[in-house]
Design a protein around this ligand. Sequence first.
Ligand code: SF4
Ligand code: SF4
Length: 374
Amino acid sequence: MKVFIEEIQDYDFQRIYSFLKESTESIDLWEKLKTKKTILIKPNLLGPYKPEKAITTHPIVLEALICLLKEKGKKIWIGDSPGGSIKVNRVWEETGIIKIVEKHKIKLLNFSEGGIVTRTSPNHTFTTSKYFWEADAVINVGKYKTHSLTYYTGAIKNIYGIIPGLRKSDYHRDNADNTKFSTVISELYNTAKENIVFNILDGIWGMEGDGPSAGIPRNFGILFAGESASAIDKIASKMMGFNLNQLPYVKSSLQNEHISFKDIEFPEKWNNFVFKNVKLKKISLFIKIFTKSPKFFRKIFKNLFEYFPDFNDKCTLCNICVDSCPVKAISLEKKNNKLKIDYLKCIKCMCCHELCPHHAVYIRKSFLAKFIIK
Ligand code: SF4
Ligand code: SF4
């Protein structure tokens, strides 16, 4: 299984285009797709963020892919379902996607509309966008970032966007800890991969720290591509300093695809390469401990080594987090017109932290947790 890797320091259209052309041609992708007319591009359009924030797939990467698909005579769709109750038109606008879609006259699809298809896997039943299955094939284009809940997000986790809008919250509510949530991600990817023919991971600018949306943009200067999202994530996460035991959803996705590290072919020079001092958020262990603890335990010890989502004064009361919280733990306190969280209900899914477009949700750490959670 090949993973293509290219060092590209900035969003240089020509270099990105050449990399995509060479990598797709070297695996005969266009021959395999000769009977497939409609290709759906699935980018990461998490929320209404400008490309320079490095939260969403950069429009130049998408444009290079669109140009390549046009040359091959394909009909192109592009679509996603941003998280929570975010207004999709704002997402199309801020991420720069709308300009590209208009320029190239291609169809832009909101996965929260247009119908659903239900698919089952060993442990889950997935409600997915009908568009994803109506396309003849899908090209998945993720973003290279750290993640407060799952440590890392790249190609595999990008597929979570095929679950329409607020329905994503149900999976968070029913699978609160990282281990359970990881089975959701790996089983969803395993189900969806029958329609995914190629994957690209945009790490030219990625994110470290409080990813996937409140972290710090970092110029990793790298682009990945290949037929397997799990092979890409294995190599890309290793380069951030992770091992597979920290990333159960990557580990099980590799197992489902029967790929071991020795089966992955990638350029020799990256074999032992790790980016220096990537800032990581190691809160998953705490999620595991505290969501499994009885309520009385949480109550007694939370002031000692607990962490919480909390609000800062950037909050505009837009209500996105209120509507998106899977357990309805957030409400408006009328007396001071501020949001409050019921911490006994909160399952620490960090959806509020991930989805707030104003970075108004931060992770408040108790005294002990400050020493343990870096
Ligand atoms: S914290 Fe405030 S600004 Fe952020 S999503 Fe919630 S209501 Fe909106
Ligand atoms: S308050 Fe935030 S972290 Fe807690 S359950 Fe709701 S969305 Fe998840």
